[in-house]
Write a protein that binds this ligand. Sequence first.
Ligand SMILES: Cc1ncc(COP(=O)(O)O)c(C=O)c1O
Length: 182
Amino acid sequence: MIICGASAYSRDWDYVRLRKIADEVGAFLLADISHPAGLIAKGLLNDPLPHCHVISTTTHKTLRGPRGGLIMMGKDFENPWGQKTPKGELKMMSAVLDGAVFPGTQGGPLEHVIASKAIAFEEALSDDYFKYILQVIRNAKTMAKEFVDRGYKIISGGTDNHLMLIDLRSKILQASRLKTHW
Ligand SMILES: Cc1ncc(COP(=O)(O)O)c(C=O)c1O
């Protein structure tokens, strides 16, 4: 399985290219869009849905919702491991995923969290949310630029999303030095 999605990756993902690689090597492609989900939902970053077999996300990062998650598929397909139903039919991938969630790893549904997710999605559909998420990107770009202007090294030189990774090695941030500043 090839996973695209990370905690500190500040650039957009080329899902078309990754799918091409996955198909070449017979790999399953999973996009974990936990961090940029809100930016993707508003069309500000590439959409993994047409290209990845499965997409997972949390609902409490840029989506601004309750703590929770989502597993999504753009298109259903027969599971590649030959898992069958009791009737001997090949299970669809969605059924394998559903089975892994419940009764695989989860029990009773958290109705209040499901309701909160619905509210977060409704908010994400609004123009207000679009303004908000645009501002998130603007803030991150300004912050990255300010760091660069002050001599900090930002990995890849900037950001396409709301994340940035700062290389502090040139700043010799040692505990002993910090103490003298404080
Ligand atoms: C890429 C990625 N996926 C998933 C998660 C899971 O988030 P949580 O532990 O908040 O559910 C994180 C956490 O930051 C993450 O960075």
